[in-house]
Design a protein around this ligand. Structure first.
Ligand code: FES
Length: 210
């Protein structure tokens, strides 16, 4: 499948993913509502459309991804974020643990086990590259990325992360949720593996992963 990431200092690519997600959901509901009459139409879909709906893996080339940048793509109708974290961000993550609801990612629903092997506070296969499903675990909005370490109106001690403006949930740069916000759990880390140093396949576990 072709690469489909775009660099994203703004929110539009994420919103696009969200919109596609809603469109796909509507399309499925419409097909069910049409009943038998929809079958010939479904048969005429091309293989790639069927594969996409079924959740075929998506490949991302991260060669050009710079520190502090985010690549946004779509997998199973969800926005997937691939973010390159700086050394300063990585050093800040453990300092946040006492403010977080699940700092060691003990809820197994929110990530595959292999992203915790190296360091559960980072939630990633490679320390500097974070891969997340970009949907808030409260009501499914797509949070804003606030990747810089600097005071923010919602947190004067902000160490970088994601902020969901609708109900003010906050997540750090590993997608770990803060205490005292409506989102109940950390952001989801999707299954993924590295095909080579700069190519990530979303939707498939690494070979041999439990
Ligand atoms: S959907 Fe994120 S805080 Fe409500």
């Amino acid at each position: 499948m072709a690469n489909q990431g775009v660099n994203d200092p703004i929110h539009e690519p994420v919103n696009t993913g969200r919109r596609r997600f809603l469109t796909a959901t509507t399309a499925v509901v419409g097909a069910v509502g049409a009943g038998v009459a929809a079958v010939p139409f479904i048969k005429s879909w091309n293989p790639s459309a069927r594969a996409k709906l079924a959740g075929a893996p998506v490949t991302a080339d991260i060669t050009a991804l710079q520190e502090g940048e985010r690549l946004v793509l779509e997998w199973r109708g969800q926005p997937i974020w691939i973010v390159k974290r700086s050394k300063a961000i990585l050093e800040a993550l453990p300092t946040l643990d006492s403010h977080l609801r699940d700092p060691m990612s003990e809820n197994p629903e929110q990530q595959p086990a292999y992203v915790l092997e190296q360091d559960p506070e980072l939630r990633s296969i490679k320390p500097e590259v974070s891969v997340l499903v970009g949907l808030c675990t409260h009501l499914g909005c797509s949070p804003e990325m606030k990747a810089e370490i600097r005071p923010e109106p919602f947190d004067p001690e902000w160490k970088g992360g994601y902020f969901c403006p609708c109900h003010k949930s906050r997540f750090d740069m590993a997608g770990r949720v803060f205490e005292g916000v409506p989102a109940p759990t950390n952001l989801v880390v999707p299954p993924h593996y590295y095909e080579n140093d700069t190519t990530i396949v979303i939707g498939v576990d690494p070979q041999g992963a439990a």
